[in-house]
Design a protein around this ligand. Structure first.
Ligand code: GRF
Length: 195
């Protein structure tokens, strides 16, 4: 039997990246991943329904977030944390506890259009303002610098002349984020269990 890494996915909203992980996992494409837990910092995040539908345990933590999160992670011996549209900044202490065990998806080609203030549609608006012609997505390890950790995987996506920020966001999700996040997770999990 293959050893698996226990994974928790943190979300704040729609959870389409979570869905991409769930789909690949159900298809058997993440053989080193045990999708153990989904945590939302918002009670009404749409992503919660996605976890429930897939029969994955899901909890909402709305108070004393990090303290309660740590308890839940330690209780289950979680190995890897995935930030999938998770909009809260984790403290340096927390990040150091899970060094090289937290991965994040960012909707641009880091080191462009990343760091403080670059989240959600703002990233794509900035890309369009600059007339940049290639954007994409990046999966990286999380360290104490926002979007500053080691890059694990990237994929480029064309920017079209008449794109709106919403159209560009959608294309980057469909063509890059939903593809590389599950793939990068499997890679990190495989490396960890084979360590
Ligand atoms: C994605 O664009 C992701 O890159 C960013 O936030 C968005 C989340 O979307 N960090 P979803 O909640 O996965 O649908």
């Amino acid at each position: 039997m293959v050893n698996k890494a226990k994974v928790a996915v943190l979300i704040s909203g729609g959870g389409t990246n979570l869905q991409a992980i769930i789909d690949k996992w159900l298809e058997g494409e993440l053989p080193h991943v045990d999708l153990n837990l989904v945590v939302s910092n918002k009670k009404d995040a749409k992503g919660i329904k996605r976890a429930e539908k897939a029969n994955i345990e899901c909890i909402a933590i709305t108070e004393d977030f990090e303290e309660n999160l740590l308890k839940e992670l330690e209780k289950r011996n979680i190995d890897i944390i995935v930030l999938a549209g998770f909009l809260k900044i984790l403290s340096v202490d927390f990040v150091n506890k899970y060094h090289d065990r937290i991965i994040n998806i960012h909707p641009s080609l880091i080191p462009s259009f990343c760091g403080a203030g670059y989240y959600g549609l703002r990233v794509h608006e900035a890309v369009l303002e600059k007339n940049v012609q290639i954007s994409g997505a990046t999966v990286h390890f999380v360290n104490e610098i926002p979007d500053g950790g080691t890059i694990i995987m990237q994929k480029a996506v064309e920017v079209r002349k008449d794109d709106t920020a919403l159209e560009l966001q959608k294309r980057i999700m469909e063509q890059a984020e939903w593809e590389i996040l599950p793939m990068a997770l499997e890679l990190v999990a495989k490396n960890l269990v084979e360590e």
